[in-house]
Design a protein around this ligand. Structure first.
Ligand SMILES: [Zn+2]
Length: 261
């Protein structure tokens, strides 16, 4: 299907994965990328971030920018994952030409929450996108994405993405939690209670990413049940929210320690 339409308004890449531990920063970067395809300026000045097209993109009102995010249930609570139906609808929509611009940009928020069937559906459209379509996947970490999906995307890492050390720490915590090693968990949080807020947030983001990978069957962890993983995920959400409210790292680590096992 890649030959339909007026031909590509741009050459090269149709898919990007923007990773950042800070979802807001990742979302902003995705919009700026979208501006690059929809900006009214001549090529050399794109994206200008100030023309009417760019302004519509940045304010979230461009008709040719479509956002996909986790749906909410009847109680208004966000669901845990992006379902295959949502991605299939996106793929069907991608074959409808852009309404105003030369490109149509899909931004998948929390792309790391796509379950395996959703990712496989995404892979199909990433493999054979219409010439005008661009897909921007936003994620905390690319780790939770299938290697086949990742390989289709140009990676864009924002500063602050957690370094290897935090990945190793996150995995250590999950192993301790899986073994219900109370002493080990206490020691772990004791060692990490003096992290600065940024590194603590990176650590929690790392734990979330590893747990998400586990929940999606992309990672094994001996002794960890799916139930545990979901419980720890919501614990991480709480801890992350406290950090954003400027609750001290020591208190947040204490909470995680007390509620892990
Ligand atoms: Zn512009």
């Amino acid at each position: 299907m890649s030959g339909i339409g007026r031909g590509a308004p741009f050459s090269g890449t149709h898919a990007y994965v923007v990773t950042s531990p800070d979802a807001e920063a990742g979302g902003k970067k995705a919009l700026e990328l979208a501006c690059g395809f929809l900006c009214a300026q001549a090529d050399s000045g794109r994206p200008c971030l100030s023309c009417p097209e760019c302004r519509r993109v940045l304010s979230g009102f461009h008709p040719d920018v479509v956002r996909i995010s986790r749906e909410t249930d009847e109680k208004g609570k966000q669901k845990k994952d992006i379902r295959v139906g949502q991605i299939r609808r996106m793929a069907a929509d991608a074959y409808v030409r852009p309404s105003q611009a030369e490109a149509k940009v899909y931004i998948i928020e929390d792309a790391d929450s796509m379950n395996v069937s959703a990712q496989n559906a995404a892979l199909k459209i990433l493999e054979e996108p219409p010439a005008y379509a661009v897909f921007i996947l936003c994620a905390e970490s690319a780790e939770a994405l299938l290697p086949t999906v990742r390989s289709r995307c140009v990676p864009i890492r924002l500063a602050g993405e957690r370094p290897e050390a935090e990945n190793a720490l996150a995995d250590r915590y999950i192993r301790l939690a899986a073994k219900r090693d109370e002493k080990g968990v206490c020691a772990f949080f004791g060692e990490n209670e003096s992290l600065d807020a940024e590194r603590a947030a990176a650590l929690i983001a790392g734990i979330r990413a590893s747990l998400s990978a586990f929940v999606c069957f992309r990672k094994d962890c001996e002794g960890l049940t799916r139930e545990d993983a979901f419980r720890l995920l919501s614990l991480c959400d709480r801890a992350g929210a406290y950090l954003r409210l400027n609750v001290g790292v020591k208190h947040v680590m204490g909470l995680l320690c007390a509620l892990t096992i």
